[in-house]
Design a protein around this ligand. Structure first.
Ligand code: TRP
Length: 346
């Protein structure tokens, strides 16, 4: 865990450097469009991304559609998920005139970087990657070549646009580490082309799913930003709690009740223990009522803006088309440099 606390420390220093000189940085970050953007994403990465974007940091957001099939066969409702995510980014405050929102599969030159990059890493290094190991174990399936090479294609996602600031949760730290290795080795072998990007760990607490387990689409325990107030109320009403009437914050022994308290705390800014004391012996029904109100109130402005954007599907398509065009320009320029460095120009 030493490397983890070192990363937090480094991130704090980095955060002040970015605050002082936002124009020296380019962010590249994004999501796998496996489902709807939820509160976990919001507090984990989206809000930090919007904060940096508002400071004036050049912003690239990748919708990593190829990454959907790293640990499963089915690509799912990928198109709907992509458009829905774009709506959430816009509603959260990403300005499409100053940001590049793009889909991974639409940028062929980005994906070509994978070939030279693969030559820079060993199979043993890939097998050692803790996130690859964890995702493989969770998938319950044979390790696919795509999952094994996950950190390398993520390196291509980051390096194609020479992103130098990568806001990520801790699951993605090993990928950024390997990206630095890939950049270093490429530069050593062929000459300076790539910056070594720095990971910016988000300090936000992990948001539990409303049943106390990890928030995950497959557990149906995630509050999507795009839900209506009623859908949110229904989901929270069905959350498992316990029969103890007095509400206390005790994540180990009372995961359900505690997850609702944490969700309420994040949305209302009132701390979990104070909320629990206020509810006292009014029971889980009252807790759920308070949680529902806090979430719906917190998300109301986001949902209002989101609905406004959703009324204009052409605009959303335009944002993505424009983002893909810009991403392709960047990728082509970088691939040209790579070809020049490698001597593969004919
Ligand atoms: N792997 C990231 C996730 O799990 C998504 C992602 C794809 C990403 N490419 C990236 C994040 C590059 C940061 C940088 O959500």
């Amino acid at each position: 865990m030493n490397t983890f606390s070192a990363s937090i420390e480094r991130s704090d220093t980095l955060r002040s450097a970015v605050n002082e000189n936002p124009d020296r940085y380019r962010i590249l970050t994004g999501e796998r469009p496996t489902g709807l953007v939820h509160l976990g994403h919001y507090f984990g990465t989206v809000s930090e991304r919007v904060r940096l974007h508002s400071l004036g940091v050049d912003t690239f957001v990748i919708l990593a559609d190829y990454q959907v099939i790293t640990d499963r066969d089915a690509i799912g409702q990928v198109r709907d998920n992509v458009y829905s995510a774009v709506l959430d980014y816009l509603a959260a405050g990403i300005d499409p005139d100053r940001a590049t929102i793009f889909t991974h599969s639409s940028v062929p030159a980005l994906n070509q970087l994978l070939l030279p990059f693969l030559s820079l890493v060993t199979e043993a290094e890939l097998h050692r990657n803790p996130t690859v190991k964890a995702e493989h174990a969770a998938s319950g399936r044979a390790l696919s070549g795509l999952l094994l090479t996950y950190p390398v294609h993520q390196a291509a996602d980051i390096l194609f646009c020479k992103g130098n600031l990568i806001p990520v949760g801790k699951d993605n730290l090993p990928h950024v580490e390997l990206t630095r290795v890939v950049a270093r080795r490429f530069n050593e072998r062929y000459g300076d082309v790539f910056p070594e990007p720095q990971a910016l760990l988000t300090s936000a607490p992990e948001v539990p799913g409303i049943d106390g387990r990890k928030m995950s689409k497959s557990y149906r325990n995630a509050i999507a930003l795009s839900m209506t107030d009623d859908e949110t109320a229904t989901l929270i009403r069905r959350a498992p709690t316990d029969s103890e009437r007095v509400i206390t914050f005790d994540p180990d022994n009372r995961p359900g009740v505690s997850a609702l308290l944490t969700t309420t705390a994040l949305c209302s800014g009132v701390d979990e223990r104070q909320l629990a004391a206020e509810i006292g012996d009014a029971g889980a029904g009252e807790l759920k009522k308070i949680t529902t109100e806090a979430v719906n109130e917190f998300l109301a402005p986001h949902r209002r803006r989101r609905n406004d954007f959703a009324r204009d599907p052409d605009f959303v398509r335009c944002v993505l088309r424009d983002g893909n065009r810009r991403a392709n320009e960047e990728a082509t320029r970088t691939l040209d440099e790579v070809h020049a460095a490698m001597g593969t120009v004919y």
